[in-house]
Design a protein around this ligand. Structure first.
Ligand SMILES: NC(=O)C1=CN([C@@H]2O[C@H](COP(=O)(O)OP(=O)(O)OC[C@H]3O[C@@H](n4cnc5c(N)ncnc54)[C@H](OP(=O)(O)O)[C@@H]3O)[C@@H](O)[C@H]2O)[C@@H](O)CC1
Ligand SMILES: [K+]
Length: 450
């Protein structure tokens, strides 16, 4: 028989590791749970021994993960933390004039010692990471990147390379190539990845059928006047695309730094310009970004040194963790029913797992640690009170051996109280990045060991 052990400590002992999480019960967990044992035991003693369900009751699941959003990945958690911080600070984000943007560019690449290659690399990486954060690979694979003649176009070329390495399938339209070595090098890099360069005349009039995302990297903060050929037609192509209001029915448009064709400070003056779904501002948003009304506004270009921030009084949101981008502005409201992920897992057959579930668990646990998952020992613990009311929370596994799974709590906690009344409990490990969850459906107390 397997054994799960809950060790209770008094309040002066180990602190409770409970984390507050929304409460939902997984249908898959209940489906695999063995019937609950009759309400047991009188009052708790410091230590409980909870024998496990029969061996087959320890369910191993490496498949769909219906509760995806209940347990965000570390990156998502950090991103959402930064998102709320950024959203709160959105009103104070500095917007640059065209002149200040150009001045900052000059100072970075003059007295501050940066090279254009460096900044472009970081800018393009920011664009690629922001795109990947919003438009998941599983639903948006083919990316058309339209590149202009200047550095904005260079950002697009760099983003194309990173998107390729992230798993996307980029296509590049680069009608006015610049002869400088920086640009020809970027083109060679893309050619070495067999990324197709699409001539303007080969683009379909309606981009919807062939691409899942369109990145507008035509013009940035040096744009002036009205667009000259062939960019006038390309911009019109994007305008026609954005006429289809429902972005679910067409490829979303992502503009790099500035929606191409917009006045750098005044925005879409005629009202007939591109209406991007996403804007990735670089270094700091330009004044025209105040007129951006799409759902996703990000900031990239995580390289601004303090002399620039102080000289221009820049108020910019903090970047989360190691991220190259941060959302600014209002977080869009999400249609929960549209959230879905395609899980692709190899089949797991019973004869592929070890005879002893504890050995199997240990192997998987070690894999989760080695994969660098954050807190792989976090597990959902479900308890049930005397009245049969279940409650779940996250706790940390503190040990596992043939005697069972160990976690700590204290006498005053809800879980301790529940377990004192009813020793039925269930554990769930959810290792999202590995497409794996391990469910220990039900355990019943039979002996007190403390
Ligand atoms: N420090 C930073 O902030 C960083 C900035 N970075 C990036 O650089 C961008 C600014 O780059 P940029 O200065 O090269 O200008 P950009 O807007 O790409 O285009 C200039 C080209 O467009 C042309 N052109 C202009 N108007 C036109 C028209 N009406 N119709 C047709 N063509 C027109 C113009 O030609 P010209 O008119 O001069 O003959 C020239 O060839 C910035 O937005 C950001 O994306 C990052 O890489 C790194 C860090
Ligand atoms: K642009």
């Amino acid at each position: 028989m397997l054994t799960a052990v809950s060790k209770f400590r008094n309040k002066s002992g180990l602190a409770s590791t409970t984390r507050v999480m929304p409460f939902f019960l997984s249908t898959s967990a209940t489906a695999t749970a063995t019937p609950l044992c009759p309400p047991p035991s009188p009052y708790p003693s410091p230590h409980f021994r909870l024998p496990s369900p029969p061996r087959r009751g320890l369910a191993f699941l490496a498949a769909s993960a219906p509760q995806r959003d209940l347990f965000p990945t570390p990156r998502q958690a950090m991103a959402s933390l930064a998102t709320s911080t950024a959203a709160a600070a959105a009103a104070e984000v500095t917007h640059l004039s065209q002149r200040d943007a150009a001045d900052i560019d000059e100072q970075l690449m003059g007295p501050l010692g940066f090279s254009v290659d460096q900044l472009m690399e970081l800018a393009g990486l920011s664009v690629a990471t922001a795109v990947a954060e919003v438009y998941k690979l599983s639903e948006h694979t083919r990316v058309l990147i339209i590149c202009g003649p200047g550095n904005n176009g260079g950002d697009g070329l760099v983003a194309a390379r990173h998107l390729y390495h992230f798993g996307y399938k980029p296509f590049v339209c680069y009608p006015k190539r610049t002869a400088k070595p920086l640009y020809s090098g970027l083109v060679t890099q893309l050619e070495s990845l067999a990324i197709p360069f699409v001539p303007v005349e080969d683009l379909p009039q309606d981009l919807s059928g062939q691409y899942d995302i369109v990145i507008d990297a035509m013009f940035g903060f040096s744009f002036h006047g009205t667009p000259r050929p062939p960019f006038d037609d390309l911009i019109q192509m994007l305008v026609s695309l954005s006429v289809v209001g429902d972005s679910a029915k067409r490829p979303p448009i992502v503009s790099v730094d500035i929606p191409s064709g917009w006045h750098v400070e005044e925005g879409d003056v005629s009202g007939g310009g591109i209406k991007p779904d996403m804007l990735v501002s670089l270094t700091a948003p330009k004044l025209c970004a105040k007129k951006f009304t799409g759902p996703h506004h990000f900031l990239g270009g995580r390289f601004v040194p303090p002399p620039i921030s102080s000289k221009y009084g820049l108020e910019l949101p903090p970047y989360p963790g190691t991220s190259m981008c941060v959302r600014i502005g209002k977080v869009p409201s999400v249609d929960i029913s549209s959230l879905r992920e395609n899980y692709i897992s190899p089949e797991l057959l019973e004869n592929q797992v070890m005879p002893n579930p504890f050995d199997q668990f240990r192997t998987w646990f070690d894999e989760a640690v080695t994969a660098g998952l954050r807190e792989p020992n976090a597990m959902a613990l479900t308890t049930v009170n005397k009245a049969g009311k279940p409650s779940s929370r996250m706790v940390l596994l503190k040990g596992v051996d043939k005697q069972g799974f160990v976690w700590y709590t204290n006498y005053g906690s809800q879980k301790a109280h529940d377990l004192s009344e009813n020793s039925n409990a269930a554990l769930l490990f959810y290792w999202n990045e590995m497409n794996r969850q391990v469910i220990l459906p039900t355990a019943c107390a039979t002996s007190i060991i403390g």
